[in-house]
Design a protein around this ligand. Sequence first.
Ligand SMILES: C[S@@+](CC[C@H](N)C(=O)[O-])C[C@H]1O[C@@H](n2cnc3c(N)ncnc32)[C@H](O)[C@@H]1O
Length: 270
Amino acid sequence: MARGQQTWGDEHSRQAHLDEVIERNKTANYGYRKIAADAKTEQVIRHFNSVARQYDFMNTLLSFGIHYLWKRTAVKLLALKAGDRVLDVCGGTGDLSILALRAMGRDGQVALYDINRAMMEAGRFKSTNAAARRQVQFVQGNAEQIAFPDETFDAVMVGFGIRNVTHMEQGFREMYRVLKSGGKMMCLEFSKPTNSVFRWFYDRYSLHVMPLLGQMLAGTRQAYTHLPESIRMFPLADELAAVLRRIGFADVTYRRLTNGIAVIHLGYRH
Ligand SMILES: C[S@@+](CC[C@H](N)C(=O)[O-])C[C@H]1O[C@@H](n2cnc3c(N)ncnc32)[C@H](O)[C@@H]1O
C-alpha cells in the first residue's frame, strides 16, 4: 500500500488475511507490508520477543487501562462454570487465563497456548496473581496446530492474537476442533471505530503517538508501528463473523467495545 493511503485497508486488502488468498499468493499481511507467508510466523515470534518484558506495562499505558475492562467483559460473556476446562489460545502473559480461573474458582482448569516462550515466561513469573498463575498450564505451540485432542474444552478464547496467526482460518478451525459439542468460542480483537470523528483522533493517537511511546518506553518503535498497521488490515467485525460461520461456528454474534476499538465475537460448536 502506498504511503498516504496508510490508514484503514479496503475490502480487497483485508481479504489478504484469508487462508485461501494467502495460499494462492504465498504472501501474508504483516502490518502494511506483504511478506512471504512462510516467513510471517518467525517474524511474529521476533516481534513478541522484542516486547515480551514490557508487554503488560505498555498495554496498560497505551490503552489507559481499558484493555482490562475489555478482557473482563469478554470472559464474563463466556459464562464459565466451576469445573469447566478452558483453552486460552495466543494467551501471551495470561490476562484472560487469570480472569477465567477467577470466574471458575478452584475447580477450573485453564491451558494457555502460545508460540512465544518469552511471552509465557513473562506471564508465568509475574508477582501479581501468583497462585492463579501456578494453576495455569502453559503449553508452547502454534495455534494452527493445537496440541490437544478433539473435543477437549468447554470454552476456547483468543485475545488480541488471531491477527498474528498466519493462517487465521486454520487457527479457528483448530479452536473448533478442540471444543466440546455445546462449547463456546470467544475472540477479542481490535477493529475499526465506527464514529468518524472518534476514528480521526484514534488514528492520530495510534499511528503517531503509540510508536513514539513504544520507542521511548519499550525501546522499539517498529513493534508499536506494526501494531496499529496490523489492526487496519484485519477483517472488520461482519467479515470476521462470516469467516466464523463458514468454519462451522453456530449462533455467531459480536459486540463492539469503546466505539469498536475492540470487538468480542462469540460462537458455539453444536
Ligand atoms: C498481542 S498478544 C496477546 C496476549 C494475550 N492474549 C492478551 O490478550 O494480552 C498475542 C500473542 O499471540 C501469540 N501468537 C502469535 N502467533 C501465534 C501462533 N501462530 N500461535 C500461537 N500463539 C501465537 C504471541 O506470541 C503473543 O503472545
